[in-house]
Ligand binder design. Structure first.
Ligand code: GLP
Length: 241
């Protein structure tokens, strides 16, 4: 694992955006795996700037997002589709039909999981996967559990994730209890992984994921087995490494 330390959130965002930018320049029709949460917002802002300056062209790029809340329609501001449109897709020259997020309102969850899994496979997998990390070590919405889940699945969110994510909703009761998430297979088969981490609150879990045992109780620890992971963090998040 490569570890790149930036001074602050802005520095972290610039480094991660530069890596993604290099990927898009080297392969203009690449498949980018994208993430939500507050950690990648600065990365997306930088990518928007690069695109506006004419330095980056997303016209042939395809994206697949990690996850989506079950039950939220795309019009809900807390849905991850809304987040992606608002924070990135609406501001770059990507074709809307080339952006993929699990459908939170799909009537048949099993069918939606199979559709998403087949889609990733049909695209030939992911060239570069951007990740954040949850307070409990989750990646996407792969929550701590007894075993790593391979394929796209519908997951019951843990109390700690509901607690952490309630800040985006008017109260904890509004947070959906389930979500669709890409499984570990598609993430681990991504040819390159970039994880962004920021803030002192993430320092303990980052240490557990990078230096602790590989266990489904800390889902991000599986990244220790991937051959091309770059962890980009600010000083606070990397302070315990
Ligand atoms: C959500 C997302 C994750 C993300 C995590 C951390 O739960 N499903 O993909 O990594 O939040 O978010 P933040 O970056 O806001 O700490």
């Amino acid at each position: 694992m490569k570890i790149l330390k930036a001074k602050d959130y802005d520095g972290m965002s610039r480094i991660a955006a530069n890596i993604i930018s290099a990927q898009v320049i080297l392969k203009d029709n690449c498949v980018l795996g994208l993430a939500t949460g507050s950690s990648p917002v600065g990365v997306y802002q930088r990518l928007i700037e690069l695109c506006a300056n004419g330095e980056l062209d997303f016209s042939r790029v395809v994206t697949v997002n990690l996850d989506e809340y079950r039950g939220l329609p795309v019009t809900n501001e807390q849905s991850y589709r809304y987040f992606m449109n608002d924070n990135l897709f609406n501001h770059i020259n990507i074709k809307p039909e080339n952006t993929n997020v699990p459908n939170g309102t799909a009537p048949d969850p099993a069918a939606e999981c199979a559709r998403y899994e087949n889609l990733i496979h049909a695209l030939g997998g992911i060239d570069l996967q951007l990740l954040g990390i949850g307070n409990n070590g989750h990646i996407g919405f792969n929550e701590p559990s007894d075993a790593f889940d391979c394929d796209t699945h519908c997951v019951d969110l843990t109390e700690s994730t509901i607690e952490a994510n309630k800040r985006f909703f008017s109260n904890a009761d509004e947070v959906p209890r389930q979500a669709y998430t890409m499984g570990m297979k598609a993430i681990m088969q991504a040819r390159r992984i970039v994880m962004v981490v920021s803030g002192a609150a993430k320092a303990e879990i980052v240490k557990a994921a990078v230096c602790g045992p590989i266990t489904p109780r800390v889902p991000a620890s599986i990244l220790q087995l991937h051959k091309d992971v770059t962890l980009v963090g600010d000083e606070a998040a990397l302070s315990l490494l």
